[in-house]
Design a protein around this ligand. Structure first.
Ligand code: OGA
Ligand code: CA
Ligand code: FE2
Length: 540
């Protein structure tokens, strides 16, 4: 049957290329490859009883090769894609320069070769999912308990975890803080401030221009209040200011604004002297509390070390990042204590440097700010009355309009002025006035904010102070992370802050960690320690 062999390998245009079913079923002695088949003699064809084939099963050798090539390319593509996804989005971040390794979450340590650096775009900081307000996630943070984490808001991304600390842990942390001793969180400095003005030899016109944030040639009450809050840490209200103007006869036309002419008549330290004479109460400060710092590294109380491990598990951040962050801050508010609304971190502009990486940044920039990616706040006691933590603008859709409309928030987005002339703090929204209500004022207006967390012993709340940069690293300051401590109406209030420091500039963070690692290796100490804080806080 000579035609059979020819027909067998013939390709017809109508039929798709295929692997012949019959070919696969051939007996052992017929299993030669495609090339051999061409050469097969009539004899072998006869020997192997081939099933007559339909046209649709006809394949050619070249089609077979093409199909196999495509198949392999496809498989290689799939593998490459999987590898790409794994290395870009895995829950582990790698950082250079730690002997313990700077790998992902929890307590797993993997050594990273010294000097190893990767492009910032390849780095990934885990960020938990909030999903929706009220969403509850179960967490396995300690061996004998399941914690529940509830999403409180998405802007900022904010969670609460009841009983994060046991009663015993709260008691020990509080007592360790007392044993160490607490200091005033804010001291009043009214003297000596004008040395700077003298040194700079500024004219009244130049000072006026610095204070005139919106550059309209008048000083609005809000501009003076902002200045006083930022420079002196004194929280004046519009009523206080009216009193001061009256006392100094500063505003003879009584329109509530200071013109350059009116300003020229005041001495440069007139306000400070007036306040000094009248006296400033603690309740008139930006914050009214005492605090101390507790080191959490090797050798510290095991409860403090456990707490840090739990925070690492909770945030899923690389353990080295948590270890190189600030020590635990314990804060005590007495009855009447408060902390007006603020940001725990500063805004990031090209010239800004982070306090924690400053030593590694090799920069002489005057703009320095705390870079706290996450705040974890623990309540160490239940407060009898008041003392809530307020988030005045959390999840507020109208907030953006308010920011744009508020005269004191004019420089939020205008960083040229911020970096060139003003202190970074002034660039933040220092006042948020809605219908004559200053939402930053936690003594007066806590009840008018969007969200309040009740201080209950053992509870933890945590939130992200920065947004993501969209590539897995830290981005801009989250303006919604504004928060404060409401006035303690009765009893006292004890809280602790664990701040996780991350530099939004990945290269600076990497360089800092490299430096810490080298110092650590030279000293042969049990754990790399932050360079900023180890000297500043005396260990227990
Ligand atoms: C802080 C803070 C809030 C509170 O210490 O930075 O914001 O409720 N505390 O005490
Ligand atoms: Ca003005
Ligand atoms: Fe805070």
């Amino acid at each position: 049957m000579p035609q059979l062999s020819v027909q067998f390998f013939q390709k017809t245009d109508e039929d798709p290329p295929c692997i012949r079913e019959a070919d696969l079923k051939r007996p052992e002695d017929c299993s030669g490859n495609a090339r051999d088949r061409d050469m097969e003699s009539q004899e072998s064809v006869n020997k192997c009883e081939r099933v007559p084939l339909q046209k649709s099963n006809v394949c050619s050798r070249s089609y077979f090769i093409v199909v196999m090539v495509f198949f392999h390319v496809y498989i290689i593509n799939v593998i490459a894609l999987l590898l790409y996804v794994h290395y870009n989005n895995g829950s582990e971040a790698e950082f250079p320069g730690s002997s313990q390794g700077f790998t992902g979450s929890g307590d797993t340590h993997r050594s990273v070769p010294k000097g190893h650096t990767r492009a910032p775009t390849q780095h990934f900081l885990p960020r938990l999912e909030g999903l929706r307000v009220g969403h509850v996630q179960k967490l396995s943070l300690v061996s004998d308990k399941v914690h529940e984490m509830r999403t409180l808001s998405l802007k900022p991304l904010l969670f609460e975890i009841p009983d994060f600390l046991s009663e015993e842990e709260c008691r020990v942390v509080l007592q360790l803080a007392q044993l160490k001793g607490l200091m005033e969180s804010q001291v009043m400095v009214l003297e000596g401030q004008d040395d700077l003005t003298e040194q700079l030899n500024l004219s009244p016109e130049e000072i006026f221009s610095l204070l005139d944030l919106n550059q309209d040639g008048q000083l609005q009450p809000q501009e003076i209040l902002t200045h006083s809050r930022v420079r002196d840490g004194i929280w004046l209200t519009p009523e206080n200011l009216r009193e001061i103007y009256a006392g100094l006869n500063a505003d003879p036309d009584g329109n509530g604004l200071l013109s350059l002419e009116e300003f020229r008549h005041l001495s440069s330290d007139a306000f400070q002297r007036f306040l000094q004479q009248r006296g400033v109460k603690r309740s008139q400060l930006v914050r009214n509390s005492r605090h101390t710092w507790l080191y959490q590294g090797p050798g510290s109380h095991h409860i403090l070390q456990d707490l840090r491990k739990r925070v690492t598990r909770l945030t899923k951040l690389p353990s080295a990042l948590v270890e190189l962050s600030e020590p635990l801050q314990v804060v005590h508010y007495e009855q009447g204590g408060h902390y007006h609304a603020h940001y725990d971190s500063g805004p990031i502009y090209p010239e800004t440097v982070c306090t924690h990486t400053r030593l590694a940044s090799n920069s002489s920039s005057p703009f320095e700010t705390s870079c706290r990616y996450i705040t974890v706040l623990f309540y160490l006691n239940s407060v009898e009355g008041g003392g809530e933590t307020t988030f005045p603008v959390a999840d507020n859709r109208t907030y953006e309009e308010v920011v744009d409309a508020s005269p004191a928030c004019l420089f939020f987005k205008d960083f040229h002025r911020c970096t060139a002339e003003l202190s970074v703090a002034l660039c933040l929204c220092q006042s948020l006035i809605q219908n004559n209500v200053d939402l930053l004022d936690t003594r007066k207006n806590c009840d008018k904010g969007n969200l309040r967390v009740k201080p209950t012993r053992g509870k933890a709340v945590f939130w992200y102070n920065y947004l993501s940069d969209g590539r897995g690293w830290v981005g801009e300051l989250d303006e919604y992370s504004l928060h404060g401590g409401c006035v303690v109406a009765s009893g006292t209030k004890w809280v602790a802050n664990n701040w996780i420091n991350v530099d939004p500039d990945y290269q600076r963070q990497a360089h800092y960690q490299e430096m810490v690692s080298q110092k650590h290796q030279a000293e042969d100490s049990p754990e790399p320690r932050p360079m900023q804080h180890s000297d500043a806080h005396i260990d227990l």
